[in-house]
Ligand binder design. Structure first.
Ligand code: AMP
Length: 171
């Protein structure tokens, strides 16, 4: 994991003062690190009889679709409002300032699905908790949530106490 961490770049005060932004672009540019990260993200869940991987816009798409490919299952995108063309189920959630929304196609998942949720980073856990709620609104079951980076000091994991949470790098 030290190797992976060496390929994360911290940008202070981006996108606003006080945020230490964890930039995963050096990691995904490196083919060895990219493979390692994807393998580690899925490792605990390979025997979980998954039917799909769900990833959040936008960096969750990078890791999520590669994880789906590697697991031999499909990929379901959760998108920001107004991007999906068909009928959607949506959820609103609170951010530090204001609120945000995520959407999924209503027929993307159902009661026969068992999914792994993947994103690049868990901070406060708001995005992941809302994503889990959205997945469950469609009737699907969540096998676990997997993140490249976890900001431990924000205790985002507490919002996901119902689920199996796995992270590769902790700050
Ligand atoms: P949260 O809902 O607070 O857990 O925030 C998680 C979402 O915001 C993820 O999709 C991350 O990509 C993004 N995010 C939050 N904080 C950071 C950070 N310090 N560096 C990079 N991305 C972040």
């Amino acid at each position: 994991m030290d190797q992976l961490e060496a390929h994360i770049r911290t940008i202070p005060d981006f996108p606003k003062p006080g945020i230490q932004f964890k930039d995963i672009t050096p990691l995904v540019k490196n083919p060895v690190m990219l493979r390692l990260a994807v393998h580690q993200l899925i490792h605990p869940f390979v025997d979980q009889k998954l039917t799909a991987v769900v990833g959040m816009e936008a960096r969750g798409f990078i890791f999520g679709s590669l994880a789906a490919w590697e697991l031999g299952v499909g990929f379901v995108p959760l998108r920001k409002p107004g991007k999906l063309p068909y009928d959607v189920q949506s959820i609103s959630y609170d951010l530090e300032y204001g609120s945000a929304q995520l959407e999924v196609h209503i027929d993307a998942l159902g009661k026969n699905d068992r999914v792994l949720l993947i994103d690049d980073l868990i901070a406060t856990g708001g995005t992941a908790a809302a994503s889990c709620e959205l997945i469950e609104k469609l009737g699907a079951e969540i096998a676990g949530c997997s993140f490249v980076i976890e900001l431990d000091f924000l205790n985002g994991r507490d919002k996901l106490s119902k689920y199996w949470v796995h992270s590769l790098i902790h700050y």
